[in-house]
Design a protein around this ligand. Sequence first.
Ligand SMILES: Cc1ncc(COP(=O)(O)O)c(C=O)c1O
Length: 407
Amino acid sequence: MVPLALCGGPHVRPRPYAPWPSPSAATRKVLVAAHDSGSWWQDGASAAEELETWLAGEFGRPAVAVSNGTAALELALVALGIGRGDEVLVAATTFISSATAVSRVGAQPVPVDVTPDSLTLDPEAAAAAVTSRTRAVICVHLAGHPADLTGIRRLAERHHLAVVEDAAHALTAAWDGTRIGIFDATVLSFQAAKLLPGGDGGAVILRDADTARQVRMLANCGRERGSGSYDHALIGTNARIHPFAAALVREQARWYPQAQQTRAHHHQVLDGALAEQVEKELLVGPVQQATVHDHYAILLRAPGRLAEQGVTVGTLATALSAEGVPAKVLFPPWQSAPAYRDDDRARSAHTPRAAQAALGTVAVPHHVLLDPHAPEQITAAVAKAVAGADDLAAWQDQHQAAPAGRA
Ligand SMILES: Cc1ncc(COP(=O)(O)O)c(C=O)c1O
């Protein structure tokens, strides 16, 4: 047996994968042009407007580019009139911003469990959590996998709920042939690790021009975009996107379809290789109705042999990373964060599938899938971990305090 890289053996992938974000001559060119234009703010025909025009064309709806995904979520909730006394259902498996946005507008986020096969919001669990105060639901297209748009539509219609789609991990994902971005507000993130990185940045896609205008004003201290006036019609905030970020995002969008195709192909090859060489159904999704998946991350279930040996997903992620395949543990249910320690309503929610997923899943970032050798190398790294389960368990005993996540 080849020794694990973690224990001093050779690496499956000796050279790092190409970095992400991925600077290129094209991104440098747009950045220099934005710099040289002297338009370092949102004045005139700004880069933000160009990005918005592209997004509006993609989604067939008005778009507002803002400073980041977290602010985008907050602005969307404010524009939808969510506030004090309201409850908002939030998928339990997500980055914490999906929930903190609700708290920050004064409403109560309520964790909702996810489905085991896609780790996205379970509409039935959401229906069971509805109370007379529930006003909205936030679903997350986790790791690029579309949430169940059909079930969410039914839920929203039945209980008269607004729907915010957290699409920080997605762009083109589709459920049963319907592209995401069909409800009240859809939020994107252009943070550096995302599919369209701008360093930081975000956007809100809205149903109508009036709400879009309201979000645009809210993001510009309550006045019209580009205005330096003191004509503050709304109590807003400063959540403007920087034009340099907007220019970077717009440029990278040009090769998105090609990258998307490459990731989808390599994900499929990986699925087959893992099933053949390690264990079946190690990848989370895509479920059959997920007709387009953005593959923001490869979500990999810990193989059974590792769980049997008590090897945690934290140790598995460390072992894969040591082999040269970068991996992290999945988000814990957001209500378990210390930030929610005093929120009895959130803390008392029962989300066993989200809890189980956090203890049994690792995430490999999307840019790895752009490499043609990724499927075979990820498979080899996982196979090595399984073959070396005893060594991994011993390593873990010695380093017990270090890894995060428990099996
Ligand atoms: C699911 C999800 N929602 C929202 C956000 C927040 O986006 P941003 O980092 O742009 O504020 C993130 C960021 O990682 C995320 O993963």
